[in-house]
Design a protein around this ligand. Structure first.
Ligand SMILES: Cc1ncc(COP(=O)(O)O)c(C=O)c1O
Length: 373
């Protein structure tokens, strides 16, 4: 392969930007400071205190009786491990944007037979299509894998209703990629038959990147046990057994990030799952109203994300130049549309994590100023 990248020396001289991108997002100062502690061993009692605290606090926050693992890595790891742990042959993946397509692609790379239900970007996945696919296919699907929040298009899929449909098929497991939603958008995991749901720490949890959070139902756990092969690193059984026996992780975790996680999860518990949902809803409504006034929303109406607004650039502003100038003048970072297709056609505002309506308004004011709206 040609070597096209030259070294660009990292300096200590970067201007901090307030992050309104769809992750990483803003992290509280005192949460960041938690990471600056002397290291300790991952087999020490202190680690058991830390890991059991963050696991149990997260279960309490999410209100789930399912098991939970916090794995060093990112959400991408769970695309792989949930496929390896649960799928023998067939997996059904409705695709409605870049991340759901990547989920399908990961399963293909692992040698699985992937059937897609393809939606146009900007459209949401419909439960009746899942029902139709499960009913009409002569194949048995081990897994239905659905993205909750398609970050590329700003769609919030009705995973609760989809979960209720999949519940009618007891040997089909329901896997939900909630990477950019969990922590900022309420979901009742146990009520809707969600066997596996996962997030990355740098999104609505408002933590530094580097951890994947994943809940696992008893059925999914049993399913992995009955299979001949499964993921090692992301194996449910290995992670959860280790937790049960020792209260620790099976291999050396990113301890500094877990320290930050502990602190932030206490804040999340204080606010509560429903409280965070409410704050995120207010931010989403504010952003949507602003978008309707100045531009238009890209997602199908009624399915707009609660954490990422994907705004259609109906004014034909120079998106890249606006992002650049807002960054220069206001030290705020927001995102262009996803990939070459949506790059200039849309732009995205991550209203997740620690933001509130006031801080989102500061950004929309800045965009108005720079774009001359
Ligand atoms: C919906 C969704 N799924 C998966 C991922 C991949 O997450 P990570 O980069 O943390 O592995 C992302 C990242 O933005 C995402 O938005």
């Amino acid at each position: 392969m040609d070597d096209v990248t030259e070294k660009r020396e990292y300096t200590d001289d970067y201007q901090d930007k307030t992050l309104y991108i769809p992750g990483p997002t803003e992290v509280r100062e005192d949460v960041i400071e938690e990471m600056c502690q002397p290291m300790f061993g991952h087999r020490m009692d202190r680690m058991t205190d830390l890991y059991t605290t963050i696991v149990e606090d997260t279960k309490e926050f999410l209100g789930t009786d399912n098991d939970l693992m916090i794995l060093t890595g990112s959400g991408t790891e769970i695309w792989e491990s949930s496929t390896l742990n649960l799928v023998d042959e067939n997996i059904l993946v409705p695709t409605c944007g870049s991340f759901s397509e990547r989920h399908a692609n990961v399963a293909e790379r692992l040698g699985k037979n992937v059937d897609r239900i393809e939606y146009e970007w900007g459209q949401a996945i419909k439960p009746e299509d899942i029902r139709e696919a499960l009913e009409s296919s002569d194949k048995h699907y081990d897994v239905v894998a659905t993205v909750m929040n398609e970050s590329s298009t700003g769609i919030r899929n009705p995973i609760e209703e989809i979960g209720d449909v999949v519940a009618e098929y007891p040997d089909t497991y329901f896997v939900v990629d909630a990477v950019s939603a969990l922590g900022g958008d309420y979901v009742d995991i146990d009520e809707h038959n969600i066997d596996v749901i996962f997030a990355s720490s740098q999104k609505a949890f408002a933590m530094p990147p580097g951890l994947a959070i994943c809940t696992v139902s008893d059925d999914a756990f049993e399913r992995e046990l009955s299979k001949d092969s499964a993921s090692w690193y992301g194996g449910f059984q290995r992670a959860l057994d280790y937790y049960d026996r020792k209260g620790q992780t099976h291999s050396t975790p990113a301890i500094p990030i877990m320290l930050a996680y502990r602190k932030q999860m206490k804040y999340m518990l204080e606010e509560g799952h429903e409280g965070r949902d409410q704050r995120h809803r207010e931010m989403a409504e504010y952003t949507r109203d602003w978008a309707y006034e100045r531009f238009d929303m890209f997602p199908e109406e009624g399915y707009e994300s609660q954490t990422v607004a994907c705004i259609e650039n109906t004014q034909g502003i120079d998106v890249a130049a606006t992002i650049e100038e807002v960054s220069e003048k206001y030290d705020m970072a927001f995102s262009n549309g996803y990939g070459s297709a949506l790059g200039e056609k849309t732009f995205r505002i991550g209203h997740m994590g620690e933001h509130d309506v006031e801080s989102i308004k500061a950004l929309t004011d800045a965009i108005e100023d720079v774009a001359g709206l």
